[in-house]
Design a protein around this ligand. Structure first.
Ligand code: HEC
Length: 154
């Protein structure tokens, strides 16, 4: 009887250790948004050409997951952005993100940055590239409205 208790005790200790190890490994997960962007990430080329279907899908998801911060038309004036007092870029102005590569934008969409949550786990890679295309398309529309200053005279 005494022996049985000892064995039971040992099993209990062992299972606590397993549970503890499990808790530890899940604790590591939230650290991934702090992942560093590498030069390879920045240089990554967009493998998904902007196409109407892809943009439409991204636009729909953008309405659910992004517009509350970035605004429906990418102006950065979503309700949540106002509540959180976030200063977001106005993507309708082409110059707002022209210095950032598609690879950088893709990395931010995937991993998040600062107050922005990352999409990496729940959104397919192709859709994340289409988010990049969509974000660029807001800027392109803006560029169409007013001629850009740096356009060389013809
Ligand atoms: C909670 C508000 C919030 C939500 C929701 C959000 N973002 Fe952001 N986003 C930000 C903030 C804040 C930044 C700027 C981060 C920084 O530079 O520190 C940002 C930056 C970006 C950038 C980099 C370019 C830039 O303007 O800085 C892209 C691209 C982007 N977001 C796309 C998206 C997409 C796509 C979604 C939806 C899937 C999304 N964001 C959802 C807050 C948000």
């Amino acid at each position: 009887m005494h022996r049985t208790l000892l064995v039971l005790g040992a099993i209990l200790v062992a299972s606590f250790e397993i549970a503890y190890a499990g808790a530890n490994s899940t604790q590591e997960k939230p650290a991934s948004p702090e992942a560093k962007m590498t030069p390879e990430d920045v240089a990554k080329k967009n493998p998904v050409p902007p196409a109407p279907e892809g943009l439409a899908e991204a636009r729909k998801l953008f309405g659910y997951n992004c517009a509350m911060c970035h605004g429906k038309n990418g102006d950065g004036k979503g309700d949540l952005a106002a509540d959180m007092k976030l200063e977001l870029r106005d993507w309708r102005d082409a110059s707002s993100i022209e210095k950032m590569t598609d690879g950088e934008l893709f990395w931010i969409v995937s991993n998040g940055k600062g107050k922005m949550p990352g999409e990496g786990d729940r959104t397919a890679e192709k859709v994340r590239w289409n988010f990049v295309n969509l974000v660029r398309s807001f800027a392109k529309k803006g560029a169409g409205d007013k001629p850009k200053a740096e356009t060389p005279p013809s």
